[in-house]
Design a protein around this ligand. Sequence first.
Ligand code: GAL
Length: 382
Amino acid sequence: MFKKLFLSLLVLFTSCNSENKSEKSFYPGEFWLDNNGVHINAHGGGILYHQNKYFWYGEHKIEGEIGNTAQVGVHLYTSVNLYDWNDEGIVLKVNKNDPSSDIYKGCILERPKVIYNKKNKKFVMWFHLEPINRGYEAARSGVAISDSPFGPFTFIESIRPNAGVWPLNVQDFHKKPISSDVKKIYGGGPEHLPKHVDSLNLLGRDFEIGQMARDMTLFVDDDDKAYHIYSSEDNSTLHISQLSENYLTHSGKYKRFFPSKFNEAPTMMKTSSGKYFIVSSGCTGWNPNAARSASADSIFGPWKELGNPCISKDSLTTYYSQSTYILPVQGIKDAYIFMADRWKPENPIEGKYIWLPLKIKNNKLVELEWKEKWDLSIFESN
Ligand code: GAL
């Protein structure tokens, strides 16, 4: 009897104590309410840290399958502590008047990311864009600009990166004439590609019009050079492409990596000791698959493939999610949050977010352990 009472008191004490330790927590995969009590609507997102604030930009989804297309635009939320987010509204609106606009309502506008250009004090947004009614065939990149992180962002143009420019690691066979069967577009998944991409030479196919760019992220290095990292060549190959000084176009310096490995949803980070990591997904549309990771000492490689960083149950589906960004937590050395989407294509507005601490192991590997609930104190030992 006394033993039971003692045990209950102990449980009560420890749970109160752990609650006090940190009042706020992340709950991966649960609804995440903003300051208005509404589930955050910023899918495929990325986060900019600017003047003591985090700015979370992402795809605004609406109810029903039509919500997989852009009906509204890019949504912004801000936070000072990463747990509580204020709805700041739509910062890039789709065009509702001019059907010839590349970002006309109903287009596909995915994975927006924003970076800050210190030199000209502009905020630059890049995103994957598929102008209306062409499915995923166009594989273009959109760019928009603003004087403020709160927007509004003005759409500049959409392009195919690096038209007429060979990558630094081009091979001789890429420059040979292209046979007519290569001129078609393959379906965007490994099941549609009959051969290794280098036997098909999709790089050469797109040399003149510019390379395909779908799933993407942006990364700004310590020297302020910015990079656009995207799934190219019918999603088969990842390109790492340096942006121009003003971040509004491509510098022409780029390299292709992991040919025919079909990396999607790329994310990139760099540790305080200068190691770069990529975490990405395989290519299975909205369905989750096993994440991959890779490391390098230089952004242009060589990149070493490291395999699936997930180590808990459901590792083969990345805990039912797909990567979108790696967020460095400010003020804590080597503290990174892996951000991913648990898509819900039948009602995309209900898509949830998976945020997990990304552990760097001996500066060699990245690891993602599942957590139902966690908070930033996890990084205290860093
Ligand atoms: C995923 C991609 C998403 C979206 C989806 C459409 O592979 O990561 O951003 O494009 O395909 O099926």
